[in-house]
Design a protein around this ligand. Structure first.
Ligand SMILES: CC(C)(COP(=O)(O)OP(=O)(O)OC[C@H]1O[C@@H](n2cnc3c(N)ncnc32)[C@H](O)[C@@H]1OP(=O)(O)O)[C@@H](O)C(=O)NCCC(=O)NCCS
Length: 214
């Protein structure tokens, strides 16, 4: 897993590490915040791919957003397929690369913060809210878990949030129903496991969906 502080490199500093298309995407974001986060996420993702596959020259790989807004990685021919998941929050970007033939991974980081009752109701089932109680840290951990699972499924917020149910445990767990479960079956996912850890900047959740036969 690779962590890159948001703002560590300016677009000018990072230019030698970015392909022409990556530089064009970066330059097209109107908002400075989005530019900084996308850049840190891209650098973390490319470093994560190198961590996994070896020192591929930076300009011979590309990490761009696909049609589902997740990141798609292109590496030189002859290398094994690689997927990447990333998150940017609380001043850092975190990325992990994985072998998509074996598993799909989703990660999410969030700062612990008070969440509005309306948000909690929309995001969590009654059982989840009962487990979270009044603790902002538990609500944040549960939300990170849910987002990590949604990213591992490759769906973002396009499925009902209640179709991913999380439990903090310990150990933390996630179960799928409805559209999330249909998505798991559609992509050939089998066992789903989740974990939570505390970072200095906030809470990090990781979801791993095994692929292929159990
Ligand atoms: C994936 C999602 C659920 C999480 O986003 P988030 O918690 O806001 O942001 P994070 O920094 O943790 O993650 C963002 C990254 O998730 C990844 N991602 C986006 N869609 C994804 C998908 N369908 N599957 C897997 N990963 C996805 C991308 O890499 C994205 O970073 P990038 O845009 O720089 O490439 C996102 O789909 C989403 O829709 N978030 C809500 C955004 C929102 O409502 N914002 C409010 C106003 S802008």
């Amino acid at each position: 897993m690779i962590r890159v502080p948001v703002g560590a490199l300016t677009p000018e500093d990072a230019a030698p590490l970015l392909t022409e298309r990556e530089r064009a995407v970066l330059a097209a974001f109107p908002a400075e915040k989005r530019r900084r986060e996308w850049l840190a996420g891209t650098l973390a993702a490319k470093a994560a791919v190198r961590e996994r596959l070896g020192p591929i020259p930076w300009l011979q790989m590309e990490v761009l957003n696909g049609p589902d807004k997740d990141r798609l990685v292109t590496v030189p021919a002859g290398l094994p397929p690689v997927g990447v998941t990333l998150t940017h929050a609380a001043g850092i970007a975190v990325a992990e690369a994985f072998d998509p033939r074996v598993e799909r991974v989703g990660i999410d980081v969030d700062e612990v913060a008070e969440r509005a009752p309306a948000f909690l109701e929309e995001a969590f089932t009654a059982a989840e809210r009962a487990e979270i109680g009044a603790s902002p840290a538990r609500a944040t951990a549960a939300w990170c878990l849910k987002e990590a699972v949604l990213k591992a499924l490759g769906v973002g917020l396009s499925v009902p949030l209640h179709s991913v149910q999380v439990s903090l445990g310990p150990p933390p767990q996630a179960t799928l129903s409805g559209e999330a479960e249909a998505r798991r079956l559609h992509i050939g996912g089998t066992a789903l496991s989740v974990s939570v850890q505390q970072l200095p900047e906030g809470i990090l959740a990781v979801a791993r969906l095994q692929m292929g036969l159990p």
